[in-house]
Design a protein around this ligand. Structure first.
Ligand SMILES: O=C(O)CCC(=O)C(=O)O
Ligand SMILES: [Fe+2]
Length: 534
């Protein structure tokens, strides 16, 4: 059944506000709104440049006819804002009454406070707000907030978040022509979900290219490579999973098994359909830490195992924590464009990431880099990467890849990539794929991990809640299994803190607070600062 629609009735502002008040309009709105607008204003610049490039390449035509050919026409005909200057059609924005006083960014932000019914009602008032009411990100948020499916009424992916949330077949959704709606806020997510990723992955400057080695011995890793990203091209092909796994095979074998994909637990059959059919700018990413248990798999050592950690990384010191070790391995499945926005791995651990199917583009920076578009709080306890991967690539990639220390590379099926402790990384799947990742503590980064556990207890993640002192527990276990190594690491830890303390006192010309209080050695300096210590 098609939805009827009172097209282009003016919609008064007080009605929208009344709706919002009835819904979930909250007091922190204004503060949040201002940050949001600032960010959107900055990203709009690069988006506009992208569109302008399209216009100039196309000899002055409109965006649709000329821009980068991978971006098709919007399914409802919505156009970028700038296109309003190339047309004589009556702009649908003229019919939104008093709401026209609000910029598009604000309208979208207000709509984020609406519940399902209010959003549907508002979308039925005029063509412009209808277009806003189709934004699938709004429906994704409503879906994720809604209660889980009752038994017997299992969730089925219906092609869009709106259709899935409302449980209507995609073909029964209304689709009204919106070719007189001009809005970057509406067009940008669509454009971002179609940008060509290959153009970022295929133009890597030689000076940034990640080292590709056939294999590596542990001694070489320990001596020269533990602080450097690299790809091993001939290391994991003997893993049984590399011969056996592909998406279809996993789908057949585990279709009823639920896996964690960000905020939801979905049977693989649902995620598989989603993966094939979604058009999201940032597709939901399957990232499951309990996969071995769910798939009844043996992991390392060799022989009967499905895969095993490569020898070259040496002993993983977190193994001493045994059942108390924090989350450390994940199965990763995702479609093209899915991936991980900028982050450092937890607890100062290193990681390896093995691609079983597909390929991934990686861009990485050394620990002390200020990555453009990534906001780190003063005590580095909060990291915000507010842009989607596509927006970051559009806005910041060109500038970021010129920064010193930038490393880029494509890790292909059958290859494994090393992420050193503390390194920033953004990763995007260039095609549908499967990967396995594991975090570990090599001997050469023991001090970093101890320092992190000691100095940043509020940022330590992945341990069971019942473990009150991860640092103390780790030290205690190391004392039993690696007493000499622990001694050396604790000495180094002390030296690093004292050097840092000395540097601080030189800078401010006073004794540290700890010393004034009579305390000697203090762990009060973060390991990020140690990057600056020669
Ligand atoms: O495969 C990915 O998306 C990246 C995962 C990741 O961040 C890691 O393995 O450290
Ligand atoms: Fe990571």
């Amino acid at each position: 059944m098609r939805k009827t629609h009172p097209i282009d009735d003016p919609f008064p502002l007080n009605q929208l506000l009344a709706l919002l008040i009835c819904c979930r309009f909250e007091l922190y709105f204004w503060q949040h709104f201002i940050c949001h607008i600032n960010l959107l204003t900055s990203t709009t610049k690069s988006y506009t440049m992208l569109l302008a490039e399209g216009v100039s390449h196309g000899g002055g035509g409109t965006y649709e006819s000329s821009i980068v050919d991978s971006i098709p026409i919007h399914p409802m005909g919505v156009k970028p804002l700038g296109n309003q200057y190339f047309t004589n059609v009556l702009n649908a924005r003229r019919h939104i009454g008093a709401v026209s006083h609000l910029p598009d960014e604000m309208i979208l932000h207000l709509l984020e406070y609406l519940d399902t019914n209010s959003l549907r009602k508002l979308a039925a008032t005029c063509r412009f707000l209808y277009a806003f009411g189709q934004l699938d990100d709004l429906w994704k948020a409503l879906f994720l907030e809604s209660p889980h499916s009752p038994p017997g009424n299992e969730l089925v992916w219906k092609g869009t978040w709106k259709a899935t949330h409302l449980r209507i077949p995609a073909e029964e959704q209304s689709r009204i022509d919106c070719s007189n709606v001009f809005s970057d806020v509406l067009h940008r997510p669509f454009a971002c979900s179609h940008i060509s990723l290959a153009k970022y992955a295929s133009t890597i400057p030689a000076s940034n290219a990640i080292s590709r080695l056939p294999s590596l011995a542990y001694d070489e890793f320990a001596q020269s490579w533990s602080n450097t990203p690299f790809i091993l091209t001939d290391c994991i092909q003997t893993w049984p999973v590399c011969q056996e796994w592909n998406i279809q095979q996993l789908h057949q074998k585990f279709s009823n098994v639920s896996f964690r994909a960000e905020a939801v637990d979905w049977p693989l059959s649902t995620y598989y359909k989603y993966m094939l059919e979604n058009e999201d700018e940032s597709p939901l990413y399957l990232f499951d830490r309990w996969f071995a248990e769910k798939m009844n798999m043996e992991i390392g050592p060799r022989n009967s195992s499905a895969y095993w950690p490569p020898d070259c990384f040496g002993p993983d010191l977190f193994e001493v924590l045994d059942a108390e070790r924090p989350a450390h391995r994940w199965l990763i499945v995702g479609p093209e464009r899915s991936g991980s926005t900028f982050h450092k791995d937890p607890n100062a651990t290193s990681a390896w990431n093995a691609v079983v199917q597909g390929s991934k583009y990686w861009i990485m920076f050394p620990p002390s880099t200020q990555v453009p578009g990534v906001f780190v709080s003063e005590d580095s306890s909060e990291v915000t990467s507010p842009l989607s991967i596509a927006e970051w690539l559009l806005e910041f990639h060109a500038e970021a890849r010129k920064l010193s220390g930038c490393i880029e590379g494509v890790c292909k099926a059958g290859e494994i990539l090393h992420v050193p402790s503390g390194w920033w990384h953004l990763v995007v799947n260039l095609e549908t794929g499967i990967a396995l990742t594991q975090n570990f503590v090599p001997k050469s980064h023991l001090t970093d991990v101890l320092l992190f556990l000691k100095n940043k207890p509020d940022q330590v993640t992945g341990f069971k809640k019942t473990i009150s002192g991860p640092f103390e527990l780790f030290v205690q276990r190391l004392e039993q299994s690696y007493p000499e190594l622990l001694n050396v690491a604790l000495k180094e830890l002390k030296q690093r803190c004292e050097r840092k303390k000395g540097k601080w006192e030189n800078a401010v010309g006073t004794k540290s607070e700890a010393e004034n209080r009579g305390g000697g050695f203090s762990f009060g300096f973060s390991e990020d600062d140690n990057e600056e210590i020669p």
